[in-house]
Ligand binder design. Structure first.
Ligand code: UDP
Length: 325
């Protein structure tokens, strides 16, 4: 299948591109390179530099490469930034999605896989979280992804589109080629490993949460398993929107992640207790029963030490990220 991947030069997108190629698909990357890295892509991958807001450019790319499906990943992701700049999140994440839908409808591309997030559940009443749990985002990032899903719920059936929203839990880990390198980095696992490499302390944002050890709990899913969920979603044909959680169903606290990172890296990793970070959820753990049952998805790298180990190896083979790749 010819697949346009918006945001395909980013962390998760670049791994999806690798997995698409491995499965015999032809990915085309559409990315503004605001955050993505051209070096994350093999040189033979067709690349279009463009903003998702630019529906004209999107239409041209869809036609030029005879695209059959879009994986729409491009968007803003930092929770903290969303609290201080919510307008930018609605503009890019909601506006960008309508622009992608507009271009697809105009040229007759009917399949969309959308990067959504567990952040839209807010603080759930029950764990693990199923797809029909209430959506009460605690930050504008989660709200913007929820709004994009809500648009698709109406647009997909009206235009006969097959839309699949994948609600990511916490992507982590790396392939040999691609790993996590955000600027600024806000995510726990790359920050813990960086602190290990530099023999520094790691801050814990909040130690008074109502969890077993007072720190927040997340469901970390290997980026390759997450990428595989997109390939499964591409096989869907039924028009309308279908939503799936993508997580392992295992919750790890910040302290547990740091302990596992000590084992994987051999570093001492002292901690520095700090106040809570604005907008953070207390605990998110996925029920991924629906995607397992309906799409046959099965995580292959669910062990937290495997996930950390792959990220650690990538960091050691890419000490300057993509700068020297
Ligand atoms: N976190 C932390 N120290 C750090 C980075 C993150 O304690 O240096 C915490 C963060 O406040 C959150 C959890 O780790 O409660 C997971 O954060 P991340 O940004 O990785 O994921 P998200 O908040 O998007 O689930």
């Amino acid at each position: 299948m010819q697949v346009l991947v918006t945001g395909g030069a980013g962390y998760i997108g670049s791994v999806i591109v690798e997995e698409l190629v491995r499965a015999g698909h032809t990915p085309v990357v559409y990315d503004a390179l605001a955050k993505g890295h051209l070096k994350a892509l093999a040189p033979e991958i067709p690349f279009v530099r463009g903003e998702v807001a630019d529906a004209d450019r999107l239409r041209t790319a869809l036609l030029e490469y005879q695209i059959e499906a879009v994986i729409h990943m491009a968007g803003l992701i930092e929770v903290g930034l969303s609290v201080t700049n919510p307008d930018r999140f609605f503009e890019t994440n909601v506006g960008g999605t309508i622009s992608v839908l507009r271009a697809m409808i105009d040229v007759g591309v009917r399949k969309l896989v959308f990067s959504s997030t567990a952040a839209l559940y807010g603080d759930p009443e029950q764990l693990p979280i199923a797809e029909d749990a209430p959506t009460q985002p605690t930050n504008p990032y989660g709200q913007s992804k929820l709004m994009a899903e809500q648009m698709m719920r109406w647009v997909a059936p009206a235009h006969g589109l097959t839309c699949t929203a994948l609600r990511y839990f916490n992507a982590a880990g790396a392939t040999e080629r691609n790993g996590e390198m955000h600027d600024p980095e806000t995510h726990l696992i790359p920050l813990v490993l960086k602190a290990a490499a530099e023999k520094r302390a790691i801050p814990i944002f909040g130690t008074d949460y109502p969890t077993a050890d007072g720190t927040t709990v997340r469901d970390y899913v290997h980026v390759v398993d997450l990428a595989q969920a997109h390939l499964r979603a591409l096989s869907r044909e039924e028009p309308g929107l279908r939503i799936y959680n993508v997580g392992n169903g295992n919750g790890y606290s910040v302290r547990q992640v740091i302990e596992a990172a000590r084992e994987v890296t051999g570093a001492e990793l002292p901690i520095e207790e700090q106040p809570r970070r604005a907008g953070d959820q207390v605990a998110t753990v996925a029920s991924s029963e629906r995607i397992r049952r309906e799409l046959g998805w099965e995580p292959q790298h669910a062990d937290l030490r495997d996930i950390l180990g792959s990220a650690w190896r990538w960091m050691q083979s890419h000490p300057k990220g993509y700068e020297e790749a």
